[in-house]
Design a protein around this ligand. Structure first.
Ligand code: ADP
Length: 168
């Protein structure tokens, strides 16, 4: 079966038809602002408890936990690069997408949702980040066994338009 890439505008914490969603995490894997805030508040405090012994993680790394009260069985936590600080930022950002997909595939998952990692408080410009995200996913998907559906979940209409133009 051909793998598909979808782009939607929405909240990463309310994607109820995906096996896993990706958290734009901080190194300590603790609740924060943006995506990490939305995921931890929807998952409940047991997520932070499960995360504690897995932290800290390195830039570009991905780790997997349960989804707790989220509608998804799993959360894959990725630490994106801080733009202008963690270099080379494009390689480190690509590692997030590649490592998250590899973990999902190892678990035998069929579908994964990604936010626009690093484009919030970490300051990565939206269009440059989108090129890395879409390019890396397109490159990785044919080599995966179980992952057949990847969804980019964008918060803003402007970000959705960028992803749609790259995914088309
Ligand atoms: P980072 O620290 O990796 O920059 P952020 O969580 O600050 O991560 O932001 C990453 C991107 O996710 C930003 O473009 C932000 O607008 C977007 N975002 C924030 N909250 C949500 C959410 N609930 N669902 C999807 N995207 C979100």
């Amino acid at each position: 079966m051909e793998a598909t890439i979808e782009c939607v505008q929405g909240n990463i914490a309310s994607q109820d038809d995906l096996d896993a969603v990706v958290n734009a995490a901080n190194a300590r894997l603790m609740p924060g602002s943006g995506v990490a805030g939305a995921i931890h508040s929807a998952a409940g405090p047991a997520l932070a408890e499960e995360c504690r012994p897995l932290a800290p993680i390195r830039t570009g790394e991905a780790v997997l936990t349960g989804g707790h009260n989220l509608p998804n069985r799993y959360v894959i936590h990725c630490l994106g690069p801080v733009y202008g600080v963690d270099e080379p930022s494009d390689k480190l950002l690509a590692n997030c997408y590649r490592n998250a997909l590899a973990l999902a595939d190892q678990k035998g998952l069929g579908s994964v949702g990604f936010p626009a990692i690093s484009t919030g408080v970490f300051g990565y410009p939206a269009e440059a980040a989108a090129r890395v995200a879409v390019g890396t996913v397109k490159q990785a998907l044919p080599g995966l066994e179980s992952v057949k559906r990847v969804r980019f979940v964008l918060f803003s209409e402007a970000d959705l338009a960028i992803y749609q133009s790259l995914c088309g």
